[in-house]
Design a protein around this ligand. Structure first.
Ligand code: DLL
Length: 430
């Protein structure tokens, strides 16, 4: 365990406050945007006396980063920058983040702590199937594995047959990739006549996209492993912001580096522990692209209770329950894709492959849920299919309180993903 993993609440707070003051001064002096934020508020970094004082500041978000594209938010001269990453930028300009040497050390440290938190050690062989490149998943896990002293196989995503072959030949013990890709790999293994349950794999460290408890059970039983949720985002550092321990009851946030707040997304007021809200993070130690109060748009709840499973005192966030911007508003009702996934995973006959298609017919929004069902159901009589369709529809409708269409499809018909899965296709032209 890292020395900062189980600090007393007072010691953690003292460390966070000291680091907050330092990072505030750093951005005030070196990032024009933050300088003007403080000037407008009539504040100086000296006003940052406690963690609560942070609340006076506005949120920083993706839009702030885009407005200062590409390097306007950098807080150090280019000579100190070692690595630059950018998001794929499906909506507008990409967001750019950078790392100094000390940032890369922090990233390695938090990722090593994350892998260790799931039970990984230097004896493990880590097959890293997150994409290498501008996406932070590949390199983040890579740096952490090196720091931990484990052996890392830098596979990147894709090339599934080769992944499976090397996994078998090398005796891989930890797989790192998106949850959806791990499901696809297991499926491909079975098609190739391998039993994924008999592989040498013992741990999956899975994240970068939302997934449910039901999906976890599917993955754990498909591979006969323990599957842990890892969270992060490029703007904060990449993977390694928070991760589960063997208790699998919330993700430990490395709060000595990343200060979490959970706020009401509308009023921006803090919500109490245990209540859902938007996760906001302040980077306490980053040098190249530090952000004060970064609005992640991810919906979580927070707890400060020490973890009974591993003894870490670091605060925990829940699984990501959705994003403030993935919430679909269908005929006035708020729908989170995760609610639909939870229902689907609770139904034995379905496979963990689904897609949600939203259309507008006339003035009305319609949702169709397409889900694969196992071969057996499909070879059954039509009546069986219809009954199952109806059952799934009823269950989803009782959770969402709106009418949906359900379409059962044959195995392997929904597009597979090697990275982040695309679960929602919104064909409404709004
Ligand atoms: O996805 C970093 C990462 C790589 C995390 C590998 C975990 C593993 P971005 O591409 O910037 O960074 O996307 C960040 O992905 O705001 C969440 O909405 C979502 N996300 C990341 N991890 C999880 C997770 C990486 N465990 C965005 N559960 C975040 C749900 C997640 N959503």
């Amino acid at each position: 365990m890292h020395k900062n993993d189980n600090l007393s609440p007072d010691a953690l707070r003292a460390l966070q406050t000291e680091r907050l003051q330092k990072v505030t001064r750093h951005v005030y002096e070196n990032v024009r945007y933050y300088g003007s934020v403080f000037d407008k508020l009539g504040m100086t970094p000296e006003d940052m006396k406690s963690l609560e004082d942070l609340r006076a500041l506005p949120l920083t978000d993706k839009e702030t980063l885009r407005l200062h594209y590409p390097f306007g938010m950098f807080a150090v001269p280019m000579a100190e920058i070692k690595e630059i990453h950018a998001s794929s930028g499906t909506t507008g300009k990409p967001t750019v983040v950078a790392y100094t040497e000390s940032d890369l050390r922090v990233w390695s440290e938090v990722m090593a702590r994350s892998i260790a938190c799931t039970g990984g050690t230097r004896d493990d062989i880590i097959q890293n199937a997150y994409g290498y490149g501008l996406f932070t998943g590949g390199l983040g896990v890579h740096y952490g594995a090196l720091e931990l002293g484990a052996a890392v196989v830098p596979m990147s995503s894709g090339g599934t047959q080769r992944q499976l072959q090397l996994m078998q030949d090398f005796g891989t013990t930890i797989l790192t990739c998106t949850p959806s890709y791990s499901v696809y790999m297991a499926e491909q293994a079975r098609s190739a006549g391998m039993d994924p349950r008999h592989s040498t794999l013992r741990i999956g460290i899975l994240g970068a996209e939302p997934w449910s408890e039901g999906m976890r059970r599917e993955i754990e039983s498909a591979w006969d492993i323990k599957a842990y949720d890892i969270y992060g985002l490029s703007e904060i550092i990449g993977p390694g912001v928070a991760v589960e321990c063997p208790g699998q009851d919330g993700l430990h946030v490395w709060a000595d580096h990343f200060l979490p707040e959970v706020i009401d997304p509308d009023t921006h007021e803090p919500v109490p522990d245990g209540s859902d809200g938007m996760l906001v993070i302040t980077t306490l130690t980053k040098r190249a692209t530090p952000f004060l109060r970064y609005a992640t748009k991810d919906i979580v709840s927070l707890t400060h209770a020490p973890c009974p499973a591993c003894g870490r005192t670091s605060p925990r966030i829940s699984r990501i329950k959705g994003r403030t911007d993935d919430m679909l508003i269908i005929r006035g009702i708020n729908v989170f894709p995760s609610q639909i996934e939870t229902v689907l995973m609770g139904i034995e006959e379905t496979l963990p492959h689904y897609q949600i298609i939203v259309t507008r017919e006339g003035a009305l929004d319609e949702i169709e849920v397409q889900v694969e069902v196992n071969e057996k159901v499909f070879s059954d009589e039509i009546r069986g299919l219809e009954a199952l369709e109806k059952r799934i529809r009823r269950e989803i409708e009782s959770v969402l309180s709106i009418a949906v269409r359900v379409k059962l499809v044959e195995p392997k018909t929904i597009t597979r993903s090697e990275g982040k899965a695309r679960r929602v296709i919104d064909n409404r032209k709004i």
